[in-house]
Write a protein that binds this ligand. Structure first.
Ligand SMILES: [Zn+2]
Length: 655
């Protein structure tokens, strides 16, 4: 099927028509499945028919979602946003239909023999319907639907309260000592005072570099109260609703309910993983802390060693980084003009994965800045991707990968190839400004492009089994693996060219970057693990207990002291401002979990980072299967052994 780009030029009116057509085709698809007599049910006319009916709707939903985020015209963005909401609401209404479950049960009774790919599709769909409450008696099913609706509402309010939360400190010019001029120039002012808000561009540099310790304490304390007491109470209500849902569905906890569909399978496994990592990281983390205590004593001329407070970790960590490694990040940037990095990166991916990227000339997308590429494997077309790299008004402001069309087989046997959009916000290069990237931006680029390749290379049969469809605690793994490349000398050479001298990054600068990479990382990952454990624990409290706001906050303060040796103020209510509790509940461990797997998988590349032989195996055994096999099987197949945390810990210097 040739690539359809007509959606890029839809008018607001056409968006409305498309929305109607999605809802109508969804309705017709479901009705067709309902109409099959029970004794004639087959995989083809029941499970597969539902999938096929979804293909068209999914394309349009994804195209609309991209338009919301990238279209230059606000009228189109708004129309697309309304359409996305309408489709979502309409779909939920249609899918909460008991006839769907009855049809599935009639098919299950026929005991049809399937191959493993179709079997996984059927099992996953049945499992998801059971998790929606379809196996429950009518009264409980209705109750579950009510609880779910209420939960969604509360989660949205919880998130909104965090987004709307505004707090700040006001400081004098003197209190900004230690901060760069560029930062100070960007601050808002109130009279003579400078305003430091809780927004990342304000608070991060301030906590890292402001010499005024009292001001840092004041700001950090406010940050630990983000969301406010009311939001903490709301979170306890949200946890209560999640408990009620888990109880109705027969789970021991919400955390178990959430983990069932992931690699971890149970909360116990996730907690065991976290406990184990915490124990192994702790000695190294404490050694790092001693380093901070020493530099603090030395720098301030203290008589005795003083503890590191919650508002001092990043500050002394940064001081120590400068003392030990002294990397000039501006100098590093000079080696990374956007065009060189892009060309180098595409080259590395092509070579290692054995694919070719070919620019498509003259393709008309949503904006002139967006460029279309074909991805080919030998003579066959694998799919397309679009790069939209520069900022503009109304565009999504970070780096993200959007599925537009996911590859699959159609009902008539033909193949649809995928289209993925990579959206970034690097300044447009000009004659005088080559758009220089910081090293962490290069890392993000490699990460996001990993999602592009995972999505395009995966999923042969069902779009649901695309790379984007793998479990939450595995979906970042392939991309996290590709991040490793930007720390390897041969890759850094290939993607760097000094914007003035044209030289590749010199060996000594590469060595410096590598040496500083894991500075304070034991504490970084320890904190991540403790947060993740907190998330698991708050979502696995006994189902018949009512969670008290004070208890919830106390739990976090206790765990921080016990595991991180950091004493938080008595009024700290971190969870009230933790937006992941709305959308990543009982899932925060995924970041660390997927990272450990990524580093383990990367151990196969480690001796030869650019080996096309390993790359080919990685493509065949991890990327291409997508979600058509259990993730743990992919890992074992590739590694030819059980996975372990050894490589991850070794990278941090922990044996
Ligand atoms: Zn990612």
């Amino acid at each position: 099927m040739s690539l359809n780009l007509s959606w890029t030029s839809w008018t607001a009116k056409e968006i409305g028509t498309q929305t109607d057509s999605v809802l109508a085709s969804k309705r017709a698809g479901l009705d067709a499945v309902f109409a099959v007599p029970d004794d004639e049910r087959t995989f083809a006319n029941t499970i597969a028919a539902l999938e096929y009916a979804d293909n068209h709707a999914a394309d349009i939903q994804q195209q609309l979602d991209l338009l919301v985020n990238v279209h230059p015209d606000a009228v189109i963005r708004d129309a697309a946003r309304v359409a996305v909401d309408r489709i979502e609401a309409g779909t939920i209404e249609m899918e909460y239909d008991r006839r769907l479950w009855d049809a599935m049960q009639a098919w299950v009774a026929k005991n049809e023999t399937l191959d493993s790919v179709d079997r996984k599709l059927a099992d996953d769909i049945l499992r998801d319907l059971r998790r929606m409450g379809f196996a429950l008696p009518d009264e409980q099913f209705t109750e579950l639907k009510r609880l779910t609706t209420e939960l969604k509402k509360q989660e949205a309010q919880f998130e909104k309260a965090i987004n709307d939360w505004e707090d700040h400190i006001e400081v004098t010019r003197e209190q900004l000592a230690g901060l760069p001029e560029r930062y100070i120039d960007g601050l808002k002012k109130s009279g003579d005072k400078y305003i430091i808000t809780l927004e990342y561009p304000d608070i991060f540099p301030f906590m890292r570099q402001a010499e005024d310790s009292d001001a840092r304490r004041e700001l950090a304390t406010k940050n630990l109260r983000k969301g406010g007491a009311e939001n903490l109470t709301r979170l306890t209500q949200i946890i209560g609703l999640r408990q009620s849902i888990a109880q109705l569905l027969g789970y021991a906890s919400h955390a178990d309910f959430a983990c069932e569909v992931r690699m971890a399978k149970t909360s116990a496994t996730a907690q065991q993983f976290l406990g184990n990592i915490i124990a192994k990281l702790t000695p190294a983390a404490r050694r790092e802390l001693v380093g901070l205590i020493d530099i603090k004593k030395r720098t301030l001329g203290l008589e005795k060693r003083a503890p590191i407070h919650f508002y001092e970790m990043t500050y002394w960590g940064h001081r120590l980084l400068k003392e030990r490694h002294d990397i000039d990040s501006e100098q590093v940037k000079e080696y990374f003009p956007l065009a060189t990095v892009m060309e180098g990166m595409l080259g590395v991916y092509q070579e290692v994965l054995g694919v070719q990227f070919v620019p498509v000339a003259g393709a008309s997308l949503w904006h002139d800045d967006a460029r279309l590429y074909e991805i080919r494997g030998g003579t066959s077309l694998v799919g397309h991707f679009a790069l939209d790299m520069h900022p503009r008004k109304g565009k999504y402001g970070h780096a993200a990968t959007y599925p537009v069309v996911l590859g699959r087989k159609e009902q008539d046997g033909s193949a649809t190839t995928g289209l993925i959009a990579l959206v970034c916000n690097f300044p447009k290069p000009t004659e005088s400004d080559p758009s220089l990237l910081a090293h962490d931006e290069v890392e993000t680029l490699f990460h996001e492009f990993g999602h592009v390749c995972h999505a395009l290379l995966s999923g042969g049969r069902w779009q649901r089994q695309n790379g984007f469809g793998v479990a939450l605690d595995f979906v970042e793994t392939p991309s996290q693996l590709f991040e490793e490349w930007v720390w390897e000398a041969p890759v850094l050479k290939r993607i760097s060219k000094h914007y003035q001298t044209g030289e590749q990054m010199p060996d000594d600068l590469i060595k410096k970057l590598q040496a500083a990479r894991h500075h304070m990382d034991a504490n970084h990952y320890l904190q991540q693990a403790v947060h993740a454990l907190y998330d698991q624990r708050m979502h696995s409290l006994p189902l018949d207990t009512t969670v008290e706001p004070n208890h919830l906050a106390q739990m976090h303060r206790d765990m921080t002291l016990q595991y991180e040796a950091i004493d938080l103020p008595d009024d700290a209510i971190m969870a009230a401002g933790w937006s992941h509790m709305a959308d990543y509940d009982a899932g925060y461990y995924s970041y660390l979990w997927s990272k450990v797997y990524a580093i383990d998988l990367y151990s196969a590349f480690k001796p030869h980072p650019l080996s096309d032989e390993v790359g080919r195996r990685y493509r065949d055994m991890i990327l291409e299967p997508g979600a058509s096999k259990p993730e743990m099987n992919l890992v074992k197949d590739f590694l030819q052994r059980e996975s372990s945390d050894t490589a991850f810990l070794a990278q941090l210097g922990i044996a």
